[in-house]
Design a binder for this molecule. Structure first.
Ligand code: NAP
Length: 504
């Protein structure tokens, strides 16, 4: 297979070295690697994977903050076609997921197809040749008939525009770019943001630091985390009896999937607020602190968090929860709006990502010079979250409106991979040079989404990263994941316009 790739992708020597290949996948995280493995399984060796870093892993390579873990159970947060009987915990930690992806790459023999250190900066559709020209930051060029973007939805750190931030004299870093060389033990640390990442690392660093001030803008709903070690017996059983592991995985899937109903019905999901409040009451005795930690919006509107050790960390004598808004960052610390300045040696920005920036860093120019970055600046919009009118032969994994509040993203990724495989099969069968979704099909699909989203919990009135500045929702799939899978099993042929190979 590596020989196939070498033959197909032989560089064209000349002024510029150009690698030509039928299919280019951008990104070697869950999405890109899954796509590559499924292409191989379908007997195709005609692809390469372009990865900006020196190793596979995507978000699970990048995020290394203490306590980093996934809040989807291990046995579901893995490919259905590459299950792992040896997960050590119910909920996987970052190092174990990263190891899973490295092992997956080697087991599926995908390394030869990976071009590491290739940071795509431009993607230009070359109309007369029916191909995409992909340029990297260091000037390399790849030309591919079909491009699959596996660039991920949450990877551009959101740096808050706090006045005075650049004057801070201590160390500053974002939680997604954890500076392991910065000494935290004995330091005064200010953490800005109290979302999914902060909830995981605050309990880890609190015992080491001299003082931890946690600046919370909005409290989160937090449920208990049913985490535990997987026993040796369970692991042995899963190794010996793969169907039992399959059943276990299916059970986790369906237990999560039924929650989709609640997310569509704020009146139903509100019932789980009782469980979250009981968790808060069981762990926090101080009524004033409890009040600060009690959200005022409907559970599920912002991402629901799970943690057993976040609340206990907040009652440590060296930890303070600050809910007065930040007025400014000073050279020595943080000044809040009540006029209190708290000194800090280290500032950790746990301020999340820019989810709307699905293609940030890559300028995408489609048919007739259309600019996807401009079209998506206000609101990303696609057809089935997978492709966009004006951009032939370009597919997105984890594209607009494919995010979930209730189940595993890996399931959605596998659905999208099937969609791309079907599109490729149609192209082969019909001898097509290009396949492009019709604007009216995309419009109708998005009108349907808008209608469905109206009555969901995400539209119940909170401010969240799921929503655009004007309150529209380009991130969430508002329904069952099995319904999404059904719709992406085959490309709806009538929704696409085509160009035959060799016809101008
Ligand atoms: P996040 O959940 O978006 O949290 C960001 C936090 O920073 C929020 O508390 C936010 O407050 C605050 N913030 C943002 N800008 C601010 C500003 N200018 N001033 C003060 N506070 C500010 O980000 P995250 O914790 O990195 O997680 C992002 C997403 O990554 C998650 O929702 C999840 O999808 C994924 N993730 C998953 C896991 C997991 O599997 N357990 C772990 C980490 C991340 P507001 O709430 O008021 O906006």
């Amino acid at each position: 297979m590596a020989d196939d790739i070498a033959a197909l992708s032989a560089p064209i020597l000349g002024r510029q070295s150009i690698e030509r290949i039928p299919i280019a996948i951008i990104g070697a995280g869950f999405s890109g690697l899954g796509m590559a493995a499924k292409l191989k399984a379908a007997g195709r060796g005609d692809f390469i994977v372009l990865e900006k870093a020196a190793e596979v892993g995507g978000t699970w390579r990048e995020n290394t903050y203490p306590g980093c873990a996934c809040d989807v159970p291990s046995h579901l947060y893995s490919f259905s076609f590459a299950t792992n009987p040896n997960w050590s915990r119910m909920y996987p930690t970052q190092d174990e997921i990263w190891r899973y992806l490295i092992d997956f790459t080697d087991q599926q023999d995908l390394r030869a197809a990976c071009r590491f250190g290739f940071q795509a900066t431009n993607l230009d559709w070359v109309e007369d040749a029916d191909l995409w020209r992909i340029t990297s930051a260091d000037g390399r060029v790849v030309e591919a008939n079909v491009v699959v973007s596996g660039m991920g939805g949450l990877h551009i750190p959101n740096r808050p525009n706090l006045p005075g931030l650049s004057d801070f004299r201590g160390q500053v870093f974002h939680s997604a770019e954890w500076e392991h060389s910065v000494k935290l033990s004995g330091a005064r640390v200010a953490v800005i943001g109290s979302g999914a990442s902060a909830v995981q690392f605050v309990p880890q660093i609190a015992p080491q630091v001299a003082q931890l001030d946690l600046y919370q803008r909005t409290p989160n709903w937090i449920l208990p985390k049913g985490d535990r070690r997987m026993s040796g017996l369970e692991q042995a059983m899963f190794r010996a009896l793969p169907p039992v592991q399959g059943l276990y995985r299916a059970l986790i899937y369906w237990l999560n999937e039924v929650r989709a109903i609640a997310f569509q019905r704020p009146d139903i999901i509100r019932q789980s607020e009782r469980q979250a409040l009981a968790h808060l009451h069981a762990q926090i005795a101080d009524p004033a602190l409890r009040a600060q930690l009690t959200p005022s919006y409907t559970i599920g509107c912002k991402r629901v968090l799970i943690s057993n050790d976040f609340y206990p960390a907040l009652i440590r004598p060296n930890v303070a929860l600050i809910t007065d808004p930040i007025a400014r960052i000073t050279p020595n610390g943080v000044l809040d709006s009540a006029g209190v300045e708290r000194a800090a040696d280290v500032l950790i920005l746990a301020t999340g990502f820019k989810p709307m920036d699905l293609i940030t860093g890559v300028a995408v120019t489609g048919r007739d010079g259309r600019k996807l970055n401009e079209e998506w600046a206000e609101l990303p919009e696609a057809f089935l979250g997978s492709c966009a009118a004006g951009y032939p032969n370009l597919y997105f994994l984890m594209g607009p409106n494919t995010g979930l509040g209730h189940n595993s993203m890996i399931y959605m990724i596998e659905s999208q991979i099937a969609f791309v495989l079907d599109a490729l099969a149609v192209m082969d069968r019909e001898g097509l040079a290009s396949l492009e979704v019709r604007p009216d099909a995309q419009r109708d699909f998005n009108a349907e989404l808008v209608e469905k989203l109206k009555t969901t919990v995400w539209a119940s009135g909170c401010k969240s990263w799921y929503l655009s500045a004007d309150g529209r929702n380009p991130t969430i799939w508002p329904g069952f994941t099995f319904d999404y899978r059904k719709r992406t099993r085959r490309i709806p042929r009538e929704a696409f316009v085509t160009r035959r190979a060799g016809i101008g």
